[in-house]
Design a protein around this ligand. Structure first.
Ligand code: NFM
Length: 230
């Protein structure tokens, strides 16, 4: 049976089907040792600072990617009014996010202008650039978008759960992506992917699934990069 039929039969979305199938990879990205060290309070602050500076560069590249998803929604979505609203919300919050990175970098004494992207970051940014191509289908780009946001939400909300020993000075970072509002926004993105997947061809679904897997790999490599930089 095709996965699309499995999803339909069980009355669950395509995203849920993928996440069940690739559960281990999802856990690898959202429960990385670096995240575990945030949660248990043993985080090495040098690693955290590396993450902060590198993620700032990532987010700067993420904006143009989100803009390209917005353009695809306009051209390809069967409910573009709705999708544009959701994607624009994400776009708008990036401005605030960039300001937040600058403020946070000041707090930690990090010079962002002297930061150069490390290899794993360059790979991730290159991946985003490829997805901006107009030949990449809306559902494929949208799946990447949903996955990128959701991985951060899952990762950081876990660091704020009861019983976690996340250091005070890192809590604000966790709350940025771990908060409930961000979780609802991730859910809106997920609903879009699920809706689009009902009309997608098998080939499009295969591509979207591969993109999801690649996001999970790139996220692990991103954390590895920070973790190793001690
Ligand atoms: C490496 C990485 N993955 C996901 C996010 C979350 N999206 C935008 O902020 C992020 N900031 N960085």
């Amino acid at each position: 049976m095709q996965e699309k039929e499995v999803a339909e039969e069980k009355k669950i979305g395509m995203t849920e089907t993928w996440l069940r199938k690739h559960r281990l990879q999802f856990i690898g990205a959202t429960r990385h040792p670096m995240l575990k060290s945030i949660r248990d309070g043993t985080i090495n602050l040098a690693s955290f600072k590396t993450w902060l500076a590198q993620d700032y560069l990532f987010v700067r590249a993420f904006g143009p990617f989100v803009a390209s998803v917005l353009t695809k929604a306009r051209k390809e979505s069967d409910d573009s009014a709705h999708d544009i609203e959701v994607i624009s919300r994400g776009m708008a919050s990036l401005e605030d996010e960039i300001l937040w990175f600058k403020k946070e970098a000041d707090k930690w004494g990090i010079s962002l202008s002297n930061t150069v992207p490390q290899q794993a970051n360059t790979n991730y940014i290159g991946f985003l650039e490829n997805l901006r191509n107009e030949n990449v289908e809306y559902i494929v780009a949208m799946t990447a978008f949903w996955a990128i946001e959701t991985v951060y939400h899952e990762s950081f909300s876990h660091c704020l759960e009861e019983g976690s020993k996340t250091p005070e000075e890192v809590k604000e970072t966790c709350a940025r992506w771990g908060n409930e509002g961000f979780g609802q926004y991730c859910q809106s993105l997920q609903n879009i992917v699920n809706r689009c997947s009902q009309k997608a061809s098998d080939d499009e679904l295969k591509q979207a699934e591969l993109v999801l897997l690649r996001v999970l790999e790139l996220e692990v490599e991103f954390w590895n990069m920070c973790y190793a930089s001690v």
